[in-house]
Design a protein around this ligand. Sequence first.
Ligand SMILES: Cc1cc2nc3c(=O)[nH]c(=O)nc-3n(C[C@H](O)[C@H](O)[C@H](O)COP(=O)(O)OP(=O)(O)OC[C@H]3O[C@@H](n4cnc5c(N)ncnc54)[C@H](O)[C@@H]3O)c2cc1C
Length: 395
Amino acid sequence: MAEPVTAQALQERVDGFLAGHDPAGDRLEFLRARFDAGLAWVHYPVGLGGLGAPRVLQPVVDQRFAAAGAPDNSPRRIGIGLGMAAPTILRHGTAAQRARFLRPLWTAEEVWCQLFSEPGAGSDLAGVATRAVRDGDGWLIDGQKVWTSMAHQARWGILLARTDPAVPKHAGLTYFLCDMHAPGVEVRPLRQATGEAEFNEVFLSGVRLDDELRLGAVGEGWAVARTTLMNERVAIGGAALPREGGMIGVLARTWRTRPELRSPALHDEVLRLWVRAEALRLTGIRLRQQLAAGEPGPEGSAMKLAFAALTQQISGTEVELLGAEGLRHDHWRADRPAELDLIGRGPTYRWLRAKGNSIEGGTSEVLRNIVAERVLGLPAEPRQDTGADWKDLPR
Ligand SMILES: Cc1cc2nc3c(=O)[nH]c(=O)nc-3n(C[C@H](O)[C@H](O)[C@H](O)COP(=O)(O)OP(=O)(O)OC[C@H]3O[C@@H](n4cnc5c(N)ncnc54)[C@H](O)[C@@H]3O)c2cc1C
């Protein structure tokens, strides 16, 4: 059996890598070599960017590379790929799919988007109507997706489609990796409350995908999608941050540097939010330690729920603290951002964008149902569609 990888061994490995690769040299070459050395995501298998090491050791590697001034792989640009597509491909993909997709995903050469939501299927995701029909050795896809973040940047999309309408809704789904450059894929911008168009409508008209782009078995799409959804909640709610690393850091800095804005009531509020943010951050660390032992469980839903409430309260307090200054949103252009960035923007942008946190990745109402049923063991909400074929459900 191989020796277990330790933090010390990893540091030495990074130092050895840095001795042979100039962080100031070609960015892409550096990132590709880092992947090939198993120093991308250390908990992934050898040959797929990792070393089979415990997931909790990843920060050791990231910190060492950051201290050396190494380029990063634009995590804010490839968040959907890193947080959702990668763990799903790793778990459900064939050896060929893993080898084809994980490296350019990690190096940010290929951006991913998530083609799940539809006009009639968001919270009830298993109700999707986008059809995938057999066409020789491939599939023909027809349908419409919506709220597709970063589709305008994406090279690939994770796609949930219906392959059998004549069975109950969860049973007739299949999961695909959609080529966003294929004929018949049309991406149209949707403008958001912030003014910009970070997400899109995606129309799929006779899009042909080879069977090699199917992820998992035909009819098993729901099980594959559950891996994505579980990871999505952790990716949104449980990002690894240093103390004061997230939105609370912005608020704390304003509080410290602008004494003229302070009031006793806001003092209490800022303190309360700081403590909650720190508690949530530490909970995230614990959750990631649990993850080292397996798949994320329903605790990820609780984390995402708490994160959404907190970001909305923090951004609201920041706007209140800044008064009129906090409401000066001077960026009302329908820009098409290249990455998602809550921290590097103005307070009104943050306040408006944080509204989406309680909707994206599952609404807070639906996550409360998950926590109630699967964490607390409370009775399930009544369901009317159990056992009925998807084609017979009212739409
Ligand atoms: C900023 C942002 C980015 C997004 N990015 C993506 C993306 O990249 N890809 C993608 O596929 N999707 C994306 N989404 C879509 C998101 O996942 C859906 O909007 C979400 O799942 C809710 O679905 P819906 O909009 O159809 O609302 P609905 O499901 O119609 O819900 C409407 C309301 O009813 C409530 N509700 C529904 N069912 C229940 C229930 N059983 N119990 C209690 N209340 C209930 C909901 O909580 C909500 O308040 C994004 C959304 C946002 C806001």
